[in-house]
Write a protein that binds this ligand. Structure first.
Ligand SMILES: NC(=O)c1ccc[n+]([C@@H]2O[C@H](COP(=O)([O-])OP(=O)(O)OC[C@H]3O[C@@H](n4cnc5c(N)ncnc54)[C@H](OP(=O)(O)O)[C@@H]3O)[C@@H](O)[C@H]2O)c1
Length: 178
């Protein structure tokens, strides 16, 4: 298999399982801020998993870090981006640094996928796809997806080329348990 250079933004939290899975076959650059969480993830695949410790809300640091990563390991062929709302231009900067990539944008339940896509400037050479996190019915209530369910859903979306995939179902906040 040909090794791709993959960027995983937020790959030290709920997506840590995705990072480990992809780093077992590819070169992966992972963005996060917390050194301990990062070290734990990198330790699992020290040869192929490369940390980019940066606050993605800092535009200058993010651009600089992405450029260095591309210089060292080549252009990103795939991007998995879990970027919190209200993070300024972070998602746009990530797109600007992955012009020929398959970009999988992970969205929370409260995000409007169409608005999110419209607000972004997507290059004609990149593929932009979305995975939205929903909730699971648990008896009479709903609960958030577990990390395993999220990891499984994201890996499934990487392997299939849906433009949009909802994991679980969308419910309003009042319907949530916990
Ligand atoms: N269904 C839904 O809509 C939904 C939505 C959101 C969350 N959830 C649930 O709630 C849980 C907690 O959510 P979470 O957002 O804390 O997820 P998380 O994936 O556990 O943590 C966020 C990830 O993004 C990184 N990150 C956050 N802000 C950053 C910044 N400014 N710069 C660089 N990296 C940054 C974090 O690294 P650092 O900590 O090192 O910065 C971490 O890797 C999740 O585990 C999920 O199960 C569900």
């Amino acid at each position: 298999m040909i090794q791709k250079h993959i960027l995983i933004v937020g790959g030290t939290g709920m997506l840590a399982g995705v990072t480990s899975c992809l780093a077992s076959e590819h070169l992966v650059t992972v963005i996060g801020r917390d050194q301990e969480k990062m070290a734990k993830v990198v330790r699992q695949n020290p040869e192929t998993c490369h940390p980019l410790v940066v606050d993605y809300r800092n535009e200058e640091d993010l651009s600089k870090g992405l450029q260095e990563s591309i210089k060292r390991h080549g252009p990103f062929k795939q991007v998995i981006a879990w970027v919190h709302k209200d993070s300024g231009k972070a998602m746009q900067l990530i797109l600007n640094h992955s012009l020929h990539a398959d970009v999988l944008h992970i969205l929370g339940s409260q995000t409007n996928p169409e608005h999110e896509k419209k607000a972004l400037n997507i290059s004609e050479h990149q593929t932009y796809r979305q995975v939205q996190l929903g909730a699971k019915q648990d008896g009479d209530n709903f609960r958030w997806l577990t990390h395993d369910e999220i990891v499984h859903g994201v890996i499934d979306a990487i392997e299939h080329s849906f433009d949009y995939q909802l994991l679980g179902q969308l419910v309003n906040k009042r319907g949530m348990n916990g």
